[in-house]
Design a protein around this ligand. Structure first.
Ligand SMILES: [Zn+2]
Length: 251
């Protein structure tokens, strides 16, 4: 289902993950790389609402399951869709709901929209040793941004040095937190894939407006994982701990 374009002056106040800029958000300008065209819902509203029944597509079913479980575990709600990146493989989180993309829990307030780029999905399929775990890592990272928004934590990063990087590493911490959860319900879940996925998407060298280096990203996932093992089922506590962790980093 291809969705109609809408004015994204408000919607794009979130950010593209690989091009995140806290300063950009503070100035309320749109990310020029994300124009909201060519959006596609994962499934239609009816399919999401009858999640238990699922679709005929295993990939879609698996991804829906992951998204619903992340939302439940972290105590958030969000819409999800796909878009086509202008340049590099990417994912995005935006504050608002976009036309045609229904929140997972339709009777609850939404905490924004998570978007996967189609190039990112293809790249992940090609390189990941475990596609499902890699996609889970990417979704959990974006869910971390939704938590930042839900609990109004962005100003903390705006006032910190290299705030963009710290915000990204905070989301990676949440990514690790979710890996610990998955292990509790799937004993053979390959949590290391989540750290590897974020490592692979890390910057080759430190970029002040980037995502953090590969090592920084993998360490943040590990830290979140360790925290999650001892402090499960509390999305708010997780993101607050993630903030504490990232603000203490010497970048
Ligand atoms: Zn991000």
């Amino acid at each position: 289902m291809t969705l109609s374009r809408r004015t994204l002056g408000g919607a794009a106040l979130g950010f593209l993950c690989c091009r995140t800029a806290i300063a950009r958000e503070a100035s309320f300008s749109c990310d020029p790389l994300f124009d909201g065209t060519d959006l596609t819902a994962l499934v239609d509203r009816a399919t999401v609402s009858r999640f238990a029944g699922g679709t005929d597509n295993d990939y879609e079913n698996s991804l829906i399951w992951v998204l619903v479980s992340l939302a439940d575990y972290l105590g958030i709600n969000f819409a999800f869709g796909f878009y086509t990146e202008r340049t590099i493989p990417n994912a995005a989180y935006v504050d608002d709901n976009l036309d045609g993309l229904a929140p997972i829990k339709q009777n609850m307030p939404s905490d924004g929209t998570i978007l996967f780029g189609r190039k990112l999905v293809k790249e992940t399929q090609r390189v990941a040793h475990n596609f499902g775990a890699a996609m889970t890592a990417l979704a959990a990272h974006e869910a971390g941004h939704a938590l930042q928004k839900k609990y109004s934590l962005r100003p903390v990063f705006m006032h910190a040095s290299f705030g963009s990087v710290r915000a990204e590493l905070c989301a990676d911490f949440v990514c690790g937190y979710c890996a610990a959860y998955r292990e509790t319900i799937q004993s053979d879940y390959p949590s290391s894939i989540q750290a590897i996925t974020q490592f692979r998407k890390g910057d080759k060298k430190f970029i002040p407006s980037g995502h953090g280096t590969s090592k920084e990203r993998a360490r943040a996932v590990d830290a979140g994982y360790l925290y999650g093992r001892n402090h499960p089922s509390d999305g708010k506590a997780a993101v607050l701990k993630a903030v504490e962790y990232t603000l203490a980093l010497k970048l």
